[in-house]
Write a protein that binds this ligand. Sequence first.
Ligand code: SD4
Length: 328
Amino acid sequence: SEQYPLVVSTWPFLEAVRAAWRSVDGGSSAVDAVVDGCSACEELRCDGTVGPGGSPDENGETTIDAMVMDGLTMEVGAVAAMRYVKDGIKAAKLVMKHTKHTLLAGEKASEFAISMGLSGPTNLSSTESINKWAQWKDNKCQPNFRKNVLPIDNCGPYHPTKSLDLPEMCSNTAYMQDIDSLLPHVGLHSHDTISMAVIDKMGRVAVGTSTNGATFKIPGRVGDGPIVGSSAYADNEVGACCATGDGDIMMRFLPCYQVVESMRLGMEPKHAAQDAIARIARRFPDFVGAVVAINKNGEHAGACHGWTFRYSVRNSAMKDVEVFTVLP
Ligand code: SD4
């Protein structure tokens, strides 16, 4: 069908989508194209929140959550809170291809990745991540992810995602350009995660995710990135889904599993995406997040809550990547 191949990604990560498109248009498998696309984002350090040198945790360290899923075989590989190795999506693929496991975590994930030939140990900090952390650390009232603890200097307690009017800020282009100066909060930037879906020329579907997770998270925190069915899900029989947003909330609902299963039962991508987001919003009205759904016909649709979402699409009918905007 002329709907294949197809590449879809959260946010306007144009270079990542172009890299995946070159790969899949050249005949690569959906899995390999997803790895090429997400690797491009890691190398470019998309947004300063993917790959090395992004979002530091409470201790100032950058770690990586990543996952890849093959919708043909239903194999998954993932790494969580991986330290000292910059190639998150490649590490995830090594777990998928060379182990019977699905998810490796922490330093042991790093040891595995290095043993399989990825470079490391590497210091994942950058000047940018160190400065960002130092500024946060110096602020006695710094917002953080701890709750039910005595606030420092009576400054808290904080509810990070509640302290900002995100939809308004997202429609403000200054916010997009100069995120750090406007963000007194922790957690989500406007686009902290690449999650990508590809359908290759043979109609095989794959998804992948790579992220540094939430900024100033408690060390050890694992988000939705490496959780299958949460940040992404693929099934050749149906299609795929990619998610971004507040992983601490979203991973309780497996929104991407929900989207794919709803499409399996006959829902259109748009309805499936909206339904998955609505299920979360009913219980957590303040949550911030988005999903993008694709079916096997190459139809795509997004839904979001608490912010304006943008996702990228490339297929053979397009001259270059196109960006779609979804309003909450
Ligand atoms: C996380 N889902 O670790 C990621 C963050 C994200 O847009 O997607 N931000 O919670």
